[in-house]
Write a protein that binds this ligand. Structure first.
Ligand code: BYC
Length: 307
């Protein structure tokens, strides 16, 4: 019986059809999806903090409105993704508890500080750019609710990336001090952006199985290379230098070559010792505690409606 179910699951995945919540799925598939989608949701929610830091200090009303809308979008992405984990049987309260107790991960990138307003532009350009590279293939992931959430998220991410690039273009046309601010920001965010794609394939514990299940559609290194290839010409157009002396177009490979990533730094950040890990989690915990009365009021209202 279980063999028939497994055969049908394998057939659906191989035929590029979608597994839906009602369908039988292997326990490992369910567990891997809950892990990845929950981490993704947590990243969106924690990802509101670095940029949220600049909402009150945005230089013009236009920039403030754009930034507010973007940060609100991240909250929305987190909610679609938590909803996708619920279709797999996860409990959202439980996932939030795991996040604030440091038992579940979120993207390493959000553990770096935003030191200048140029960081808002560079996050849009590089961090959202990397997110798009990683997430467009997830629109074809094998689990239906995740794939559908990704379609909408990617549309919004592409707006986010453009607003970042447009902000940087504006700053690069400004004063010498503004150009220096953009370059300093690129210097700080370039390597952490490359780390977003995860460890090199040889050290990626989950890739092989996730590719077989068609949860992941490309390996970490493939997507990282795609991002570098996409970003090199954009940096030239912008007039900034990417902080890697080994970065160079390799015409025989048809790709950019680039230098070695500091994987010690990556694992330190993933392990909780990045520059802002403690502050990010503490802030999320405080927001959760401060929101307790809202959850209680909503639950009381709902039970009153039922009775
Ligand atoms: N940071 O076997 P691997 C956004 C962990 S949101 C921290 O290759 P996998 C945005 C990994 O979890 C960006 N941890 O893993 C939001 C695993 O640990 P466990 C988030 C990382 O899952 C707001 C271990 O290292 N995007 O863009 O096959 C504003 C071994 O790795 C990281 C997503 O979540 C990392 N960077 O591949 C602006 C996309 N990398 O769980 C922007 C969906 C790896 O075994 N996720 N680890 O203990 C994915 O595509 C995949 O989960 C990853 C990692 C490519 C990230």
């Amino acid at each position: 019986m279980e063999e028939d179910l497994q055969r049908e699951f394998d057939r659906v995945v191989a035929a590029e059809q979608r597994i839906e919540p009602r369908d039988w799925m292997p326990d490992g598939y369910r567990k891997t999806l809950i892990r990845q989608v929950a981490q993704h949701a947590h990243s969106e929610i924690i990802g509101m903090q670095p940029e949220g830091n600049w909402i009150s200090r945005a230089p013009t009303l236009r920039r403030k409105a754009i930034l507010l809308a973007k940060v609100q979008d991240e909250a929305g992405h987190g909610l679609y993704l938590y909803a996708a984990t619920e279709t797999l049987g996860a409990d959202r309260e439980d996932l939030t508890t795991k996040l604030i107790e440091g038992r579940q991960k979120y993207s390493s990138i959000f553990n770096y500080p935003t030191l200048s307003f140029a960081d808002v532009g560079v996050i849009g350009w590089l961090v959202d750019g990397a997110a798009i590279c990683n997430q467009v293939p997830l629109c074809r992931t094998s689990y239906g609710p995740y794939a559908r959430a990704m379609i909408r998220i990617c549309k919004e991410e592409s707006f986010h990336q453009r607003q970042g690039y447009e902000l940087l273009m504006t700053m690069m046309r400004g004063t010498e001090a503004q150009r220096r601010m953009v370059q300093a920001s690129v210097d700080r965010w370039w390597w952490p952006s490359l780390m977003m794609f995860g460890p090199p394939d040889k050290d990626s514990s989950n890739t092989e199985q996730s590719m077989a299940w068609r949860i992941k559609r490309h390996t970490n290194d493939e997507l990282r290379q795609r991002f570098v290839d996409m970003t090199g010409p954009q940096a030239d157009k912008l007039g900034v230098t990417l902080p890697d002396p080994l970065l160079a177009w390799n015409s025989s490979r048809g790709h950019y070559d680039f230098g070695e990533i500091d994987w010690d730094e990556f694992w330190q950040v993933v392990g909780g010792s990045g520059p802002c890990n403690a502050a990010r989690v503490a802030h999320r915990r405080a927001a959760h505690d401060n929101g307790a009365w809202v959850r209680e009021a909503a639950a009381a209202y709902a039970s009153k409606q039922e009775s």
